[in-house]
Unconditional design. Structure first.
Length: 214
């Protein structure tokens, strides 16, 4: 009996949360300002909507996925039916196995370190990292802001139409138009209003200057 190529096993999907793809990216040489070294990318196959979670240690991966699941299932009033990961230890372990058994979730595992087996994650990772790199270069911010750049890049990826009717992943996931009027330039100058309660100097500044990070 000949086994079918892995990529054909999740060729189509009809509903949100039917297939959820997970992958880890990192470690990065420079920790983020919140001490993260890796990030978890979560992709809904139908909408293409991507979520990124930042990890101080890779063992945090399961808790981040579980929290994502609770929020997503409550929001969309349906359940995750299948998760697709590679075979690295962060996904193939007792916590994930027990969770899938308890929730009745199918877990499809592709060969480790072979992103070509999962085009959804391969494209997502590449798009996010390329945009994040450009954001850091354009803003001239140091590498420690990589997590903020990745978060902004993920948001931007979700605003790009990916469907035949030109619908964005953001719109399919949130059921509303994306708030493009709120977009600002990553790394631009920002002003943070000083609360009146702590600003007793009537001749002092009314705001702190800062950097817009998304």
């Amino acid at each position: 009996m000949t086994q079918l190529p892995f990529k054909n096993s999740f060729k189509t999907t009809n509903n949100l949360l039917e297939n959820i793809h997970l992958d880890l990216c990192g470690p990065f040489q420079t920790p983020s300002i919140a001490s993260a070294k890796d990030f978890l990318i979560i992709v809904d196959q139908l909408s293409g909507f991507m979520t990124t979670k930042f990890l101080k240690k890779k063992s945090d991966c399961f808790n981040h996925f579980r929290n994502f699941r609770l929020l997503a299932e409550n929001t969309h009033e349906t359940i995750i039916k299948r998760i697709i990961t590679d075979g690295v230890g962060e996904f193939v372990n007792k916590s994930f196995k027990n969770h899938c058994v308890e929730t009745g979730t199918n877990h499809t595992i592709s060969p480790s370190y072979t992103p070509q087996h999962n085009p959804f994650l391969e494209r997502g990772n590449q798009s996010i990292l390329e945009k994040a790199r450009c954001l850091l270069l354009q803003s001239k911010l140091p590498p420690k802001f990589w997590a903020e750049a990745v978060s902004t890049a993920t948001f931007l990826c979700n605003l790009i139409p990916k469907h035949e009717n030109h619908t964005t992943p953001y719109e399919m996931w949130h059921k509303t138009k994306p708030p493009i009027q709120k977009l600002k330039t990553f790394g631009c100058k920002a002003w943070i209003k000083i609360p009146t309660k702590i600003n007793s100097d009537k001749f002092g500044p009314k705001a702190w200057d800062g950097i817009f990070l998304g």
